[in-house]
Design a protein around this ligand. Structure first.
Ligand code: SF4
Length: 390
């Protein structure tokens, strides 16, 4: 997640609650994408530091548990940059220009000069962020699926270019020559397997081929098996997208909750402010007087009830609003109560980190160390596969 300042309830319902769930189901890595913040905000870097720490507190406050998941900061794991650089050498320009968010963002952020090298390359930096941990799943919304697809293509291209033993083809040709009558077929099949399918498929089919090649001597069979096993290595794993259903959190005005619409309730908003903001929410504009009946479908407060209230409260709102049996302030109170109840444990967890910044720094230092260990293992294999481990 990019460090863009304190998080609001839209982030909580849309992303963080899902992370909290995922951390019990998978080994998870969650990181602050501070270099990504530079791709669009390179002119104003002062705000990044504060945002990084605020955001980490928000994650922990939301229930992300550092004993379950690894939390770290991207720039503390420089291997991300090294892998990004190496991938940039082999990533065709067209692949990056085709990413749908590229033109989209340039148009949306027309006030900034985004005709930069870093901005074009940011999906590839994302690919490096994923591939460096050999992640097999990335939790994303629909709009990010093309980025995961690009990552798969990049991994495939890398494995195709560097995933074979140097001189493999000559060795295989030589081995197959010794295999007798079936060599033509075997050679062709092996070549295709290594190039297209990768190691697992090659192994499975290779074993089947060996069964077929009953006329071979034991030595030849073993040799062939050795090539199958040692070649067509998957250096970088192709990740899949773990689609999360986008829980749309309405803002105070009924539009999507977003800082740019100025309609947010912050994750760690003070209870008095929450109360004041919700009490001040606009309601059905056609309900002018208390005695006028209203329609919840025209009212942003109803959208909050949809998220926070149980069936009996919802029924109370529907009937009370349409019959003018309840007033709008009365109607807002269960929403206020529910938001405050949701936030109570969040405030509670945040307090320890707000009071003791070292606690947070230590958690992040541990996370960075764990991440770096994983990243450096991948980079060792990447350098070796590319012939750069001199
Ligand atoms: Fe909205 Fe509730 Fe007022 Fe109806 S009673 S207009 S749902 S705040």
């Amino acid at each position: 997640m990019r460090p863009t300042g304190r998080l609001h309830l839209g982030h909580y319902h849309g992303v963080l609650k899902n992370w909290v769930k995922l951390q019990h189901e998978y080994p998870c890595l969650f990181f602050v994408a501070d270099w990504h913040a530079l791709t669009t905000s390179y002119e104003d870097t002062q705000v990044i530091e504060r945002s990084v720490w605020d955001m980490l507190i928000d994650w922990l406050a939301a229930g992300v548990d550092p004993s379950q998941a690894t939390l770290f900061i991207q720039s503390r794991v420089p291997e991300h940059a090294e892998l990004h650089l190496l991938l940039s050498m082999m990533c065709p320009l067209g692949w990056l220009e085709r990413v749908p968010t590229y033109k989209d963002q340039q148009e949306k952020l027309a006030d900034r000069d985004l005709a930069t090298y870093g901005f074009l390359g940011y999906p590839l930096l994302q690919s490096a962020d994923i591939l460096i941990y050999r992640a097999n799943l990335v939790p994303v919304g629909e709009d990010q699926v093309p980025h995961v697809e690009l990552t798969r293509e990049v991994a495939r291209r890398f494995n195709h270019l560097y995933g074979r033993e140097p001189g493999f083809e000559d060795k295989a040709r030589e081995a197959v020559k010794k295999l007798g009558g079936k060599r033509g077929k075997l050679y062709e099949e092996l070549r295709t397997l290594y190039q297209q399918e990768g190691k697992d498929e090659a192994l499975a089919q290779g074993k089947a081929l060996l069964e077929e090649a009953q006329s071979l001597s034991m030595g030849d069979r073993e040799r062939l098996y050795g090539y199958l096993e040692g070649s067509g290595k998957m250096i970088l794993a192709e990740p899949g997208a773990l689609l999360t259903e986008a829980a749309r959190m309405p803002g105070l005005d009924g539009q999507k909750m977003s800082k740019s619409y100025n309609n947010t309730l912050m994750l760690r908003e003070e209870p008095e402010v929450v109360t004041k903001k919700i009490r001040g929410m606009k309601t059905d504009t056609q309900r002018v007087r208390r005695t006028d009946p209203g329609d919840p479908d025209r009212c942003p407060v109803w959208q909050f009830h949809v998220i926070y209230s149980d069936d009996s409260v919802k029924q109370w709102v529907q009937e009370g609003c349409r019959s003018a049996g309840i007033g709008c302030l009365e109607c807002k109170q269960p929403v206020i109560d529910a938001v405050l109840k949701e936030q109570a444990p969040i405030h509670e967890r945040a307090r320890q980190y707000e009071e003791d910044p070292m606690l947070l720094r230590n958690i992040v230092a541990d996370g960075c160390e764990r991440a770096r260990k994983l990243a450096s293992e991948t980079m060792r294999d990447v350098r070796e596969a590319m012939g750069l481990n001199y």
